[in-house]
Design a protein around this ligand. Sequence first.
Ligand SMILES: [Zn+2]
Length: 386
Amino acid sequence: MDMLARTSEILARLVAFPTVSADSNLELIAYAADLLSDAGATLSLSRDASGAKANLFATLGPAGDGGIVLSGHTDVVPADASEWTSDPYTLAERGDRLYGRGTCDMKGFIAACLAMAPRFAETRLARPLHLALTYDEEIGCFGARALVGEIARAGIRPAVAIIGEPTGMGVIEGHKGCYEYTTEFTGLEGHGSQPDKGVNAVEYATRYVSRLLDLGERLKARAPAGSRFDPPWTTVQVGRMSGGTARNVIAGACSVEWEMRPVQPEDAAFVKTDLGDYVDRVLLPAMRAVSPASGIVTHVVGEVEGLQVVDESEARDIVCALTGCDHADVVPFGTEAGLFQSAGISSIICGPGSIAQAHKPDEFIAIGQLAACLEMLDKLRSRLAG
Ligand SMILES: [Zn+2]
């Protein structure tokens, strides 16, 4: 069977596992583990705290440091079947496209890697080739965060990570981070006629938001010279705020859901330090002077590191050589690449399909994109041949 037919066959199996982020991915991982162990890979599986999800880290070729990681997340966003032309979890070929949830984001890439595994296995590789399959990318990259920690603890130091998110096989060398928070304000309820006897959580939340917006303005002046992002600076945004019960009742609770998209890690530290100082020195003392039980607590929903553009990048050099791309771009969406980079692994994003089809009804991947991905992987195989 040719590689492309084998890739679609594997993709059909992968799409049939409904690995929505909220649900288990264990059956998909077991299927991939079987294919990889048949190819002779060394496998390492690790589950999350619930036991319902797992990461799979497979190695072909020699053990040790300096390997190349091919990374893909196994989870998909939910699909509403009534909005689809055909069942989202049954791969359907129409024209030159394969339809199904996850085909482009990003089971197509995983299928191509699994199809190629036996080829990599029969090649005498000069460096290790790793395949990293992770969970929970769509809801905060929790799987990749755990996996990066696990491989470091296992003493494995790969040199390069290629994240196969859909880029139309273009080369992406940078994206902003995506940090999400919920800040909860607890005050003291009371009668609206005597505001000084209560602690109004809505009013304190408003002061907090106002400080955040001031920081948003100050961040504009911190945009790094030559930033290629749009907008070029780190942004903050308040998406939801809710609190209080009625016009004439002092609000006892309020919560603020906000996000920050850092172009550089220092900006995130700048915002957190400033807000932390403002809370500790100004807001909390004023609240606790009236009610010692008052509080402000920030929950981290997710902190997905940005992918920093760097001058020297082995990952970019390799992928540009493999694909013939003469330039690399930056994108506005977040991926697992920043996590690998922050672990000291040169990281790049390049994968089949278009982000325009991701997270939508009738998600598809063009068969030509899978062919281009297989070609890249086969060139990688030749490059790694000892
Ligand atoms: Zn994705």
